[in-house]
Design a protein around this ligand. Structure first.
Ligand SMILES: [Zn+2]
Length: 301
């Protein structure tokens, strides 16, 4: 797998199993099974179908009854590589909210029920202390944030696009872990997974304004900077466009929520710079999405 990293840190382990995937080295060290999928999953030999598998296929395929087992089968293969299966799975709904659901046993396996139960709609984050539960989020440039509190046997996952990031979804998830599992933020480990990098992430002025008003002007200045944009002829356009650093913004939210800096891993992989390996919305390569999975199991227990 030829990946372009933004620094030399060893954030991810690469696995070239039957279906290649990445995992967060820090979480691996805690014995918490986790993964981030790649495009290399996208071809299913049994059905002969390519570019379909994890999530969006359900929307594209007209025959949902035909699609559901196929999609489930692909994700199940992936989950089994980290010792889990979709029989234990609860997935996010991905509506760019900051709503975090505390998963119960009865939420497991409702993945593709249509319509999705009301309490699982608008969910962009899930936390749970159910042993062995598998939590899955998806992203086409929006980074996932993985959370683990091994001492409390609890995990979480959130989908953090710019709207969820603005609405501090990792802090909402942590507050749910504090309230429901008795977690202390200083014992929580957090990993910001692959997503679009600052250089690739052009934003309108309204995004700067939103961070300036909902966070602070100092934060907006630190997280968004204006680079000169170029026209079709390659000439610089005056003023340029804002670029948002989603990784830095989510790290700041985690730190302010009380997570220790030594417990935070930050992605050095951009989905758009690596769009031959990952699905990327901005790169126009969103036939599907990448899956981020975490299992509630650790060697601390
Ligand atoms: Zn990039």
């Amino acid at each position: 797998m030829q990946l372009k990293y933004s620094n030399d840190e060893k954030v991810f382990n690469i696995h070239t199993d039957e279906i290649p995937y990445l995992s967060v080295a820090m979480l691996d060290g805690l014995g918490v099974p986790n993964l981030y999928s790649t495009r290399l999953l996208s071809y299913d030999e049994e059905s002969g179908r390519g570019s379909e598998g994890l999530r969006t296929a359900l929307m594209k395929w007209e025959d949902k009854e035909e699609a559901a087992p196929h999609i489930a089968g692909m994700r199940d293969k992936l989950a089994r590589q980290i010792g889990s299966s979709i029989e234990h799975e609860c997935v996010t709904d991905q509506k760019h909210t900051n709503y975090v659901h505390v998963a119960k046993k009865e939420d497991i396996g409702l993945t593709w029920q249509e319509p999705r139960p009301l309490h699982l709609q608008y969910v962009d984050g899930i936390v749970s202390d159910i042993p062995d539960i598998l939590l899955t989020a998806f992203g086409g440039d929006c980074p996932p944030v993985y959370l683990a509190d091994p001492g409390r046997n609890a995990v979480g996952i959130v989908h953090a696009g710019w709207k969820g990031t603005l609405a501090r979804i990792p802090a909402v998830a942590i507050s749910q872990m504090v309230v429901h599992f008795g977690s202390d933020p200083k014992n929580i480990y957090a990993a910001i997974g692959p997503g679009v990098c600052r250089d690739c992430y052009e934003m309108g002025d309204e995004v700067y304004q939103a961070f300036a008003s909902e966070w602070s002007r100092a934060d907006a200045d630190a997280l968004l900077s204006k680079y000169p944009a170029r026209d079709e002829k390659g000439c610089e356009i005056m003023g340029g466009k804002y670029h948002l650093d989603l990784f830095a913004a989510n790290k700041l939210t985690l730190l302010r929520a009380g997570v220790q800096e030594s417990h935070i891993a930050v992605s050095n992989l951009c989905t758009m710079c690596n769009s031959d390996i990952f699905y990327s919305y901005r790169a126009g390569r969103l036939e599907n999405e990448n899956a981020a999975m975490i299992v509630n199991r650790s060697k601390v227990r």
